[in-house]
Design a protein around this ligand. Structure first.
Ligand code: ZN
Length: 364
């Protein structure tokens, strides 16, 4: 009885200390749930400064759906104080993750000097078997365990911003599936190019060593990988990662394929379907509601025929923004559909290219 009470008190204590959960307003898109994830972080079991359960609490508090703790296999500076095998950080975090409904993916970071550098292996079954003298053996072992493998922060100082033959070899063997375009506070345009060229899944991960609170002022400032999954499960995430259905999200910029960014943009907005009555010399206001946490920065691509549109608009997060359309010639009387073409300056489909969207309005 006493033990039961003690357990209940401990559970209540953990939840109470997490205060409340932030809600990240990023909508689902047709066919998929949009999961908010961070697949790269450390604990005291490698070179981090936090206990594994802290990573789960942070994820819950910040409004994430899934995380992976990716402690280094080879680099464990606290090993005098923390004597343990490689699966321990996952095992300690797992019960709390279950309780808080955070999907915890078993992972590890294979950490070698160049040429291979740092690789995260997700969905592994036993991290101990990745501790091998030869890095190729470690990678092969991860692959045999069914791992999804990410090339981490490939352009930081200790690693060259060039695509190496070793990476090509990994790709040929089916040992490389994803790449960081954001890591910590850094952005890697080269990685974005490589992701396009080599069909790699894009990631935005914190690589947190300290607490998230020490790294970012607010929950929504941490790097997030948006995963478009058929279900909110580990299996759903795994399928989505191997199918490259991710968007890298950091500091109000989103990086990914147009096939994901476009539906995400439109799912964020509520645009009234009521027809317009615009003639030469008159104007209408269309009130666009942005229900998401993303500020969409729009810039006109080409002017309308017979009507004027604003050159720039910001559809602010969780605000209603009026879009003014004014007729400027008699041409407008002949057009029943008014198309407005904008590029979205914070949605990136290539390092130099923004997503272009079309608003279509009926004019009667
Ligand atoms: Zn790391």
């Amino acid at each position: 009885m006493r033990i039961k009470l003690l357990i209940i008190l401990l559970v209540v204590n953990v939840l109470a200390s997490a205060q409340s959960r932030h809600i990240i307003n990023i909508p689902n898109i047709p066919g998929y749930q949009t999961l908010k994830c961070d697949f790269h972080m450390h604990t005291v079991f490698s070179d981090g400064t936090v206990w594994p359960t802290e990573r789960v609490e942070e994820a819950w508090h910040n409004g994430l759906d899934a995380i992976s703790i990716t402690d280094h296999i080879e680099y464990r500076p606290h090993s005098k104080d923390i004597v343990s095998e490689h699966n321990r950080s996952y095992e300690i975090a797992e019960p709390l993750a279950k309780q808080l409904n955070i999907i915890l993916i078993r992972g590890a970071e294979i950490t070698r000097s160049m040429p291979l550098g740092h690789l995260s292996a997700l969905f592994i079954r036993n991290a101990n078997l990745l501790a091998r003298d030869n890095v190729n053996d470690a990678i092969r072992e991860a692959h045999e365990q069914g791992a999804f493998i990410i090339l981490n922060h490939p352009n930081t100082k200790e690693q060259q911003p060039v695509w190496l033959d070793e990476y090509t070899q990994l790709l040929r063997n089916g040992y490389l599936h994803g790449i960081d375009v954001y890591n910590g506070n850094e952005y890697y345009p080269e990685s974005f190019n490589w992701a396009k060229e080599k069909n790699l899944t894009v990631f935005s991960n914190s690589d947190a060593h300290r607490t998230i609170g020490m790294m970012y002022e607010q929950a929504q400032q941490r790097p997030i990988t948006l995963v478009f999954a058929r279900s909110r499960t580990e299996g759903g995430i795994r399928e989505a990662l191997f199918s490259r259905r991710t968007v890298a999200y950091f500091e109000n910029s989103l990086i990914g394929n147009s096939s994901l960014l476009e539906p995400l943009f439109f799912a964020s907005l509520n645009i009234p379907a009521t027809p317009l009555y615009i003639q030469n010399g008159t104007s209408n206001l269309i009130f666009i509601t942005n229900n998401s946490d993303i500020d969409y920065e729009l810039e006109l691509v080409q002017p309308g025929v017979g009507f004027d549109l604003p050159q720039k608009i910001i559809l602010k997060a969780r605000r209603v923004t009026p879009l003014e359309i004014s007729g400027n010639s008699n041409e407008i009387a002949k057009t029943s559909t008014l198309n407005a073409y904008y590029q979205v300056k914070n949605l990136w489909i290539n390092p130099e290219e923004n997503l272009i969207i079309t608003f279509s309005f009926r004019n009667i």
